[in-house]
Design a protein around this ligand. Structure first.
Ligand code: G4P
Length: 531
């Protein structure tokens, strides 16, 4: 127990993930947040797109080439008495598993939606993992300085596609060239639209009461606003913070990140409404950061070779209780070993810095010599707790992977295994055929490309991928009770095994799964691999 722990440090922490469809404005919004926190001086420093500089989160070459954020990163800054940790997430839904892991480390999520597009088809999967995680989701509908969809339609979109209720906190008046501003439903005043100049922090705000608005905006806009308010007051959900906390109701804000309009209001409301670090489940009880003062944390992400010169590997850990200080000795539950963590780093907008101290709610990157796996627990010696694991998503794409140059078997195996340890791919082998060939399963197809690219650039191995037609996977829950060799399969079924030699079945057609279950009544199949 740390008797000197300052719980106020923990109370002021806000740890959240930002999630969006590519191009909806996540980078721009993050940048504006950092600007408020004084973490950067000029907008454009996070991602000077035109100067061919890249976002601090874009660590990997491939991200630069493709312009998508493959890996998530973390940024910390202070604003308005809060200490804020922003977790960036990949904008492509092929990496939704990575997004899910990042959400495990977050206490809430901000979902950025392009007002002109609404919930985009390619984003549904990505946003759904947010809903699955059952944490508070705050929606920022962006780009109202451009032509946008009808706000009611946008809300409908979120509700019907994502299955979550919405509660608009403010409401847009007009859009595009005729964007007048946003009306704050709680304070009952309107913020008149005025774009900030590029790089400026403050937007000169002009707040008007409903009466005063009449004299400033055209009658048709005013009438529409009154009509919309009546409709909303009658039909939309009340702001019920219990429902928000349970991830059932999303407070919605409208604005324009680029022109810095509505960003500060959003940030302030959000910080006020969202929670300080929430507890995590370990050994059937909640480790409460406001009560438990011992250090505890779990690994939610492993990233290799961020610095090619060192070929290092960093395990990102979310601190769940207590305080971290450099050089502290902790117990690594899965390794059943005491270890010392020192070299930990944290992202500060545009640089990596050494962490002097960190508290529950913070995310730090610790040097990993290869001992950590995703979901591992670290805790103060003597506590021996284990946090609930992070689920593995069932891969839906499979390929046989082999190295082109047979002399490079060693590098190939090392590369594939290390990348699998990071959770980017899952590896399997043929079951009982004696063949050593590696079958890779991924959640999103783009991960195959990342694998090929990384094997070449980091391990100097060229590979050939032969895609397999399988799309569904099932773990065998009771391998000791059934004779795997005698399973009555179907023509589109294949037996494989995972790294722990556990047998699995993969299928081309979903209906075959039922047929196999019917043919083998003793067989129990599961969609998830449990550790
Ligand atoms: P992302 O991280 O979600 O992928 O989106 P990002 O912030 O990079 O924004 C994507 C594009 O949308 C950028 O334009 C950005 O300037 C623009 N944008 C973001 N927010 C707003 C907004 O509120 N209003 C308008 N009109 N545009 C917005 P780009 O052309 O790709 O880059 P740049 O040339 O502007 O730098």
């Amino acid at each position: 127990m740390d008797k000197n722990l300052n719980f106020d440090e923990i109370k002021k922490r806000r740890t959240f993930a930002i999630i969006s469809h590519p191009d909806a404005g996540k980078t721009t919004l993050t940048e504006k947040f950092l600007l408020y926190g004084g973490a950067i001086k000029l907008a454009g420093s996070v991602k000077g797109r035109k100067t061919a500089k890249y976002a601090v989160s874009d660590w990997m070459e491939i991200e630069k080439e493709r312009g998508i954020s493959v890996s998530s990163s973390v940024m910390q800054f202070n604003f308005d008495g809060y200490c804020i940790n922003i977790l960036d997430t990949p904008g492509h839904q092929d990496f939704s598993e990575d997004t899910y892991r990042t959400l495990m480390a977050a206490d809430s999520a901000v979902m950025v939606i392009d007002g002109g597009k609404g919930v985009e088809a390619q984003t549904i999967k990505l946003f759904k993992v947010c809903v699955m995680r059952k944490i508070p989701i705050f929606t920022f509908i962006n780009k109202f300085d451009r032509e946008a969809k009808d706000p009611f339609e946008l809300l409908d979109d979120i509700e019907s596609v994502l299955g979550i209720r919405t509660c608009p906190i403010n409401w847009p008046v007009g859009c595009g060239k005729r964007f007048k501003g946003v009306y704050d439903r709680r304070k009952k005043h309107m913020l008149l639209f005025k774009a900030a100049q590029a790089g400026m922090k403050e937007v000169e705000t002009n707040e008007l009461s409903l009466d005063a608005i009449q004299t400033v905006i055209e009658k048709d806009f005013y009438d529409k606003l009154i009509e919309d308010m009546e409709l909303l007051d009658g039909a939309s959900d009340e702001l019920d913070m219990d429902k928000v906390s349970a991830g059932e109701l999303s407070p919605v804000f409208f604005g324009s990140a680029l022109t810095n309009f509505g960003v500060e209001t959003f940030l302030k409301y959000f910080l006020n409404m969202t929670t300080s670090p929430i507890g995590r489940n370990a050994n059937g009880r909640i480790i409460d950061p406001m009560k438990d003062s011992f250090f505890s944390a779990f690994v939610f992400k492993i990233q290799a070779n961020m610095n090619k010169a060192h070929r290092d590997r960093i395990a990102f850990i979310r601190i769940c209780s207590g305080k971290y200080i450099p050089g502290m000795e902790v117990y690594h539950f899965q390794g059943n070993k005491k270890i010392r963590i020192n070299q930990s780093t944290q992202m500060m907008a545009d640089e990596r810095k050494i962490v002097e101290e960190a508290y529950a709610g913070d995310i730090i990157g610790v040097f990993d010599s290869g001992i950590f796996s995703i979901g591992d627990t670290l805790c103060a010696d003597g506590e021996k707790i284990q946090f609930e694991g992070i689920p593995t998503f069932a891969p839906g794409y499979f390929a046989r992977v082999r190295q082109i140059d047979t002399m490079k078997r060693k590098q190939f195996t090392k590369g594939v295994y290390q990348i699998a340890q990071e959770g980017a791919i899952q590896i399997f082998q043929e079951f009982n055929t004696g063949m050593e060939e590696i079958i890779v399963g991924v959640v999103g197809e783009l991960q195959f490309e990342v694998l090929t690219y990384r094997l070449k650039s980091e391990y100097n191995v060229e590979v050939k991928l032969d895609r397999l037609p399988y799309e569904h996977i099932r773990w065998i829950e009771n391998p000791l009770e059934v004779d795997i060799d005698k399973i009555q399969g179907t023509s589109d079924m294949k037996k494989i095994k995972d790294l722990k030699d556990r047998p699995l079945l993969i299928f081309i057609n979903p209906w075959s799964i039922r047929m196999v279950e019917e043919r083998n009544p003793k067989l129990r199949l599961s969609e998830f691999g449990r550790d």
